[in-house]
Design a protein around this ligand. Sequence first.
Ligand code: ZN
Length: 435
Amino acid sequence: MSSIPQQARDQAQRLLDFVDNSPSPWHAVASIESTLLAHGFARLEEDEPWRLSPGNAYYVCRDASSIIAFRVGAEAQAGMGFTIVGAHTDSPGLRLKPNTAFSSDGLARLGVEVYGGPILATFADRDLSLAGRVNLRTDEGFESRLVRFDQALARLPNLAIHMNREVNEQGLKLHKQNELPLILTFADNAGDAVAAFKGLLADRLGVDAGRILNWELNAYDTQKGTFWGAHQEFIADSQLDNLASCHAAITALVETHEPRLTAMCALFDHEEVGSESTAGAGGSFIADVIARIALSLGWGQESQLTALARSFFISADMAHAYHPNFPNAYEPAHKVMVNAGPVIKINANQRYSSNADTAARFMMLCEKAGVPYQQYAHRTDLGCGSTIGPIIASSLGISSVDVGCPMWAMHSIRESAGVLDHQAMIAVLRQAFAG
Ligand SMILES: [Zn+2]
């Protein structure tokens, strides 16, 4: 492990830069969009007609937080299939409420909702800031603007151990309504608290506070991603679940120039809250995009259904690496290790979409790409998480496999993974797209 190839280090650094530039799902989509534009992808709008050509590359966004990018197969005859890699742009955490700023005991705090299933204790004592989107009044109506504060702005300080003597035995428990509001500043009354918060937004956006209509804002960790370990063989950052898979998928796609089948990345918001939304994997986005590609290329319905039957969906989401301090949390015969290669996730109850055929197909891709792989099954006596894999597999009827890079501390604000695994995932996804 002492020799991590420079190429793997460079890929991991690009991943950390991508995560650090993507503190919200809207920023993640904007970062991905700039990568795609730099590689010659053309933007499509859902409310305009599409005219696609074989060999060319395109992308389309929905609600600014989900994005589907694809390169039409070089020989995209009627009925040729799709190779699709799916992942999610959202991460669990804290979201500001609509009337977020309030005052009590001379302090202005920000009320938050819990988005998805974060490890709440990890949000304490971090240098938090805010990122997301804000709607501003215009003469014609309103416009949406991305906003991000770079400096630490808000905080959730721990209660001192002198008032919480059992914290190391009982764990840090936070009451979601009462004990999660973030401290922002001093304020004597509600009006001052609101003015302080809106003033920050207005200053950051360079607009009059009266133009601010509403917002969707995350608390995010301002600490940048880092390498760690005796040989710098590990990485740590926020949102590795699942921005690491988004980055691997997009990197593989932009390096794919003449795919036989249409190569596609489908990156969805709202996975952490069940995917049932306009932009989520449970919505119509991917089915609509596939239908419109078929229509634009002049395929009939028969050819579209043939194409789905010839397609393959790789659901890429992070996997649970073995943690030696907690051996009892793992299935003893399925310990997946960091830096030992992508993980194929299997669950008989279809919480993961893999079956023996699709898993074998992924194994073949790994072998062709010269990449090791591992197989994961959850403990039988623990409930298994799920992914967008079963949702897409069931709605489109596409053969599907669930895979992901092993990581520690899933849903912590500071997650960890391996330098080698990220490069290996890019290599196997590139192999999948090449066909
Ligand atoms: Zn995930």
